[in-house]
Design a protein around this ligand. Structure first.
Ligand code: NAD
Length: 529
């Protein structure tokens, strides 16, 4: 284990050893492949993690089933109290856990800490929810199927939310903590057990979070498998996805894998929440406040080194302000300096892996092949751009380009490139820009920059943006937990976190109770013998 990883893990009170157990089902273990987790900033090996063997995976799913059978009987407000304690435990380690995210994923410090805060926030939400996961009482059409008490008519047909079972959470590398938090908080409040298969490249974050949660569960006499963990790669993910004992799979990742997961779960009639790729556009109108729009769009494009699902990838500029906007944007691009994400002042960290560098280089090569104007970036950083201790890291230049064609059907505009590459095009009418915004397979986030209420009305209305997150004078990235988060079309239609998202984590029972001495049939059907 590297010194940096060991220091952060010990600040989190997590035992360190040369090989770290990556499986938790109530006990820590790991008899599968031993994998290296790599620091994106330096290229050093942070730790060796013992992943789940197929047998351990099988046992972990069985223990999660048993844990669910216990946990569903714990009253919801008591489950909320456990969430409150998890919230406290996470908040007390906010800074240390944030640092671990920066170390292992590569995002800058404030974003790492922000991710832990998101988990804390959703726990608060789950605590409130634990007293508000109400069903509904419905008027029965059949006589005697309701009772009259004084003036109060109680209809005995009702919709009742019950715990669902084991929820499988498969997550991506770019939010190695918060996405699990969104799922765990709602799943736990709903009375389920959760089994988590994190990204194979961020196992330490998952081990740290699971350790913190397991201590709270243990203190409360709750089986640890209520929040189980199995590290591993696609085989482990596939085994969870195929398992009929897991009624709900919440998958966050690429469209490619999401398509496999969606089909597999559908073929066994399970439920899915799919949170897949984004290809998010920002549209800037001539009356936009450029002082706000330029830094916000810059953050949208290069925050998390362009590796947020909500990163701004397409920029549509009205002809009247296009030149001025690009000039201003070029200036901020030229000022950004790469650095160690753990240092407070760094605003640009590395991309996550060597493969991410490959994705970036391929996209930039394509821009060159089609003769696009590259206004900023366009290459890896050279050794002279970064300090010596970071030479092994995966640093790429944020890239701003204006391709010759703005035809939304071109592959360049249709594809999510998971790297800091922002492509721009110029439009004349808002309607044209909205058409371009909608003309891609993905539908996660979008933003319009304007002061004109008429434009806002179009944008938010029936012929406006077709994405799940539709913003005005707010960048495409940076979600709050209160609203349901998710996207449409090939982003998967899933919704997580706030809003009505919790309703997916329960099984709904439509219950009718007959209090009369007759058994009438609905719709007046007569079946007299
Ligand atoms: P990925 O699809 O490569 O991996 C996601 C997870 O799926 C990992 O845990 C991986 O091990 C697992 N997996 C891989 N093959 C599998 C299989 N055959 N069966 C089951 N599981 C399998 O994604 P990534 O590269 O880690 O993440 C980047 C992608 O995630 C981007 O497309 C990004 O937009 C998306 N993302 C979406 C959201 C959202 O909320 N919409 C949030 C974060 C990331």
């Amino acid at each position: 284990i590297s010194t940096r990883a060991a220091n952060i893990l010990s600040a989190l009170d997590i035992p360190t050893s040369s090989e770290v157990n990556g499986v938790f089902d109530g006990e820590w273990k790991g008899a599968g492949d031993v994998v290296e987790t790599i620091c994106p900033t330096t290229g050093e090996v942070l730790a060796h993690v013992k992943t789940a063997s197929p047998e351990e995976l099988h046992v972990a799913i069985g223990k999660a089933r048993d844990a669910y059978a216990f946990f569903r009987h714990v009253p919801a407000p008591q489950r909320g109290e456990i969430l409150r304690q998890i919230r406290e435990a996470l908040a007390s380690k906010r800074s240390e856990l944030g640092a671990l995210i920066s170390l292992e994923m590569g995002k800058i410090r404030t974003e790492g800490v922000g991710e832990v805060q998101e988990f804390v926030d959703i726990c608060d939400y789950g605590v409130g929810l634990s007293r508000m996961m109400n069903g509904r009482v419905i008027a029965s059409e059949r006589p005697g199927h309701s009772i009259l008490e004084g003036n109060l008519l109680i209809h005995m047909a009702s919709l009742v939310p019950n715990p669902l079972g084991v929820v499988g959470v498969l997550s991506a590398f770019n939010f190695p903590v918060a996405v699990y938090g969104w799922n765990l908080a709602l799943s736990l409040a709903a009375g389920n057990a959760t089994i988590w298969k994190p990204s194979p490249t961020t196992p330490l974050c998952a081990i740290a979070v699971t350790t913190i949660i397991s201590r709270v569960l243990e203190k409360n006499g709750i089986p640890g498998a209520v929040a189980g963990l199995v590290t591993g790669d696609s085989d482990a993910g596939a085994a969870i996805v195929e398992n009929r004992d897991i009624p709900l799979i919440s998958f966050t990742g690429s469209e490619r894998v999401g398509r496999i997961v969606g089909k597999t779960v559908q073929s066994r009639f399970g439920k899915t929440i799919l949170e897949l790729g984004g290809n998010n556009a920002a549209i800037v109108m001539p009356d936009a406040d450029l002082k706000m729009a330029v830094p916000s769009i810059f953050f949208g494009a290069i925050g998390t080194a362009g590796q947020r699902c909500t990163s701004t990838r397409r920029l549509y500029l009205h002809r009247q302000i296009a030149d001025e906007f690009l000039e201003r944007l070029q200036k901020v691009y030229s000022k950004i300096k790469p650095g160690d994400p753990l240092e407070e002042k760094t605003l640009l960290g590395p991309v996550h892996t060597a493969a991410s560098v490959g994705i970036f280089e391929k996209a930039v090569q394509h821009l060159r092949d089609i003769d696009a104007s590259i206004l900023a970036g366009g290459a890896r950083y050279t050794a002279s751009d970064i300090s010596k201790n970071l030479h092994g890291g995966f640093f790429v230049q944020p890239t701003l380009a204006v391709p010759k064609s703005s035809d939304p059907a071109d592959a360049l505009w249709q594809t999510e490139t998971f790297a800091p590459v922002l492509n721009c095009a110029v439009f004349d009418e808002l309607e044209e820009a909205i058409e371009w915004n909608n003309a891609v397979p993905q539908g996660l986030s979008s933003s319009l920059w304007t002061r004109d209420m008429r434009g806002v009305g179009k944008w938010l209305g029936p012929s406006g943006s077709d994405t799940g997150i539709v913003n005005v004078n707010v960048g495409t990235s940076g979600a709050e937990i209160g609203a349901a988060f998710g996207g449409n079309k090939s982003t998967g239609w899933g919704r997580e976190s706030g809003g009505d998202a919790w309703k997916q984590y329960v099984r709904w029972s439509a219950c009718t109770v007959n209090f009369s001495d007759a058994a009438p049939l609905a719709q007046g059907v007569d079946f007299s013998l």
